[in-house]
Ligand binder design. Structure first.
Ligand code: NOJ
Ligand code: CA
Length: 530
């Protein structure tokens, strides 16, 4: 795909991802090719035409590396291999080649904040303070009271330190004890990852989604964070995390050096470097993606908001101004409740999630659908005894298998799915929806198709046209306008005479020249006459 590489100075120097729509594949639950109940690389290959027909431009695949699966693959034991449960390196190369033949690009998930405790580096580090790889990780002597070296807590709850009884030192982990954090102040770690990036780029990947991108480098003095509330190790993970102001464990500016270095490597290949940049303030996100490091970063606010017009406006307006094309928009992921569930469930929730995607569609930045979003999926129901996620308030519900067809296994597997969940209804399946003009799948396919055909909007500023109040959110970008009705009431929207409606959700009515009526949760894209 080098013909559109940004590294080449040609007629069109715009990065390939400008104007694209992405799709997140949660590998374990997308498609199982061999009946072992676990989604795999060959399974994705078998479904590429589905993705092409949906009109997505690139696919981000969650980790496929060898892993003990303590955190479902986000605990990597070898950064340059494929876990046999997901396939082989040949399967990976075959997938990339098959995708590229169809014009689809492949982004892989890189997990540099921590490895698995089963990684040979950590196994060696455990052999003692003088071991070759000891400094690949973050070690410290106990604090004055004999406990952990400082007050840092893990994002999944509990202290961020685990004692290694053999050496009497603690190692640091922002997530599970099985996920020891790498020491990004060690130049050898930087060199290892340069090689890892090139290993995959040489196999044709089109970019990386950097896991936990905001947290790589930690405070060099390992200073304690200011405590801002009571900390109860028995409390929920978010409550524990919010008991501290995270001055010293995450968001250290030195991480930018790592990203500048990776940016140079990715630019050689024309690859997209995007971050899991978990910051709830637009300015915080802008600081993480300053322009010369990662090309883009996910904005997470839309994954947290309730369906409330003020929250929606706040989640849309601020980041656009500060980040523009550096934004990645998503309303769901494998870590969050699916947006139709969060927005009220049923067709009401589905309609709202679609309206939000219509709002994303013409803003600067790259929107990404989470697998099954195009089917309007709400969270799957996982019986309590079948829940597998190690984290409290488990993430199993958004990770249930993709419902391709009705019946046992749902077309996902011929065997027993790794995660047990209630069967989906027939109308939720891809088989029932694809080709039915009145399905959620068709509404999403139409949206992605329309977006691809829109004129180039990159130099057009976003002008919010709703006066910052009222239940209809609307903006213009050059010749294109977008409006979404967040309420249950009917609302009239005026568009310039002679405009054409290029996309409309089913309830939109035409009330005469230049007049549209949006019923509950409708959204529309129109284009002014040229
Ligand atoms: C973010 C990933 O999306 C999530 O699934 C994982 O548990 C954490 N990072 C830790 O790697
Ligand atoms: Ca399989």
């Amino acid at each position: 795909m080098s013909e559109t590489s940004v590294a080449e100075v040609g007629v069109d120097t715009r990065p390939w991802w400008y104007g694209t729509f992405g799709y997140q594949v949660y590998l374990r639950s997308f498609a199982d090719s061999n009946g072992d109940g676990i989604g795999d690389l060959a399974g994705i290959r078998g479904r590429l035409d589905y993705l092409v027909d949906l009109c997505v431009d690139f696919v981000w695949i969650t980790p496929f590396y060898p892993s003990p699966m303590a955190d479902w693959g986000y605990d990597v034991a070898d950064y340059c291999e494929v876990d046999p449960r997901f396939g082989t390196l040949d399967d990976f190369e075959a997938l990339v080649a098959a995708a590229h033949r169809r014009g689809l690009r492949i982004i892989i998930d890189l997990v540099p904040n921590h490895s698995s405790d089963a990684h040979p580096w950590f196994a060696d580090a455990l052999t003692g303070p003088d071991s070759e790889h000891r400094d690949y990780y973050i070690w410290a002597d106990p604090g004055p009271d004999g406990g952990p070296p400082n007050n840092w807590v893990g994002y999944f709850g509990g202290p961020a330190w685990t004692l290694d009884p053999a050496s009497g030192q603690y190692y640091m982990h922002l997530f599970l004890p099985e996920q020891p954090d790498l020491n990004w102040r060690n130049p050898k770690v930087l060199e290892e990852f340069d090689r890892i990036l090139r290993f995959w780029l040489d196999r044709g990947v089109d970019g990386f989604r950097i896991d936990v991108a905001g947290a790589l480098v930690k405070d060099d003095l390992l200073r304690s964070n200011p405590q801002v509330g009571p900390w109860d190790p028995a409390a929920g993970r978010f409550e524990q995390w919010l008991a501290f102001e995270h001055l010293h464990d995450v968001f250290q500016p030195e991480s930018h050096e790592v990203f500048r270095r990776w940016r140079a490597i990715c630019d050689e290949y024309g690859a997209y470097l995007l971050g899991e940049t978990y910051h709830r303030e637009p300015q915080g996100l802008a600081d993480l993606v300053p322009g010369d490091g990662m090309h883009g970063g996910f904005w997470f606010e839309p994954m947290h908001i309730a369906w409330d017009v003020d929250e929606l406006r706040r989640a849309l307006v601020g980041p656009v101004e500060l980040l523009g094309e550096r934004l990645l928009w998503a309303s769901g992921s494998h870590d969050h409740e699916r947006s139709p569930s969060r927005f009220g469930g049923g067709d009401e929730g589905r309609g709202r999630a679609l309206a939000l995607n219509v709002l994303f569609a013409c803003l600067p930045g790259v929107p990404i659908l989470y697998q099954g979003e195009e089917l309007g999926l709400v969270d799957g129901r996982v019986p309590p005894e079948s829940m597998l996620d190690p984290v409290d308030n488990g993430r199993d519900g958004c990770r249930t298998p993709m419902p391709w067809e009705p019946g046992p296994g749902g077309g996902f597997t011929t065997g027993e799915a790794w995660l047990h969940s209630d069967p989906r209804s027939e109308c939720e399946t891809a088989l029932a929806q694809v080709g039915d003009p009145d399905s959620w799948h068709s509404r999403y396919t139409d949206l992605l198709t329309v977006r691809r055909a829109l004129p180039d909007l990159f130099d057009e500023p976003v002008v919010w046209t709703d006066g910052d109040h009222g239940p209809v959110i609307s903006y213009r970008r050059g010749p294109v306008g977008v409006a979404a009705n967040t309420s249950f009431d009917r609302h009239q929207v005026e568009v310039p005479a002679g405009s054409s409606v290029v996309y409309a959700t089913p309830g939109v009515e035409f009330a005469g020249a230049g007049q549209l009526v949006l019923t509950a949760h409708d959204a529309v894209i129109w284009a002014a006459p040229s």
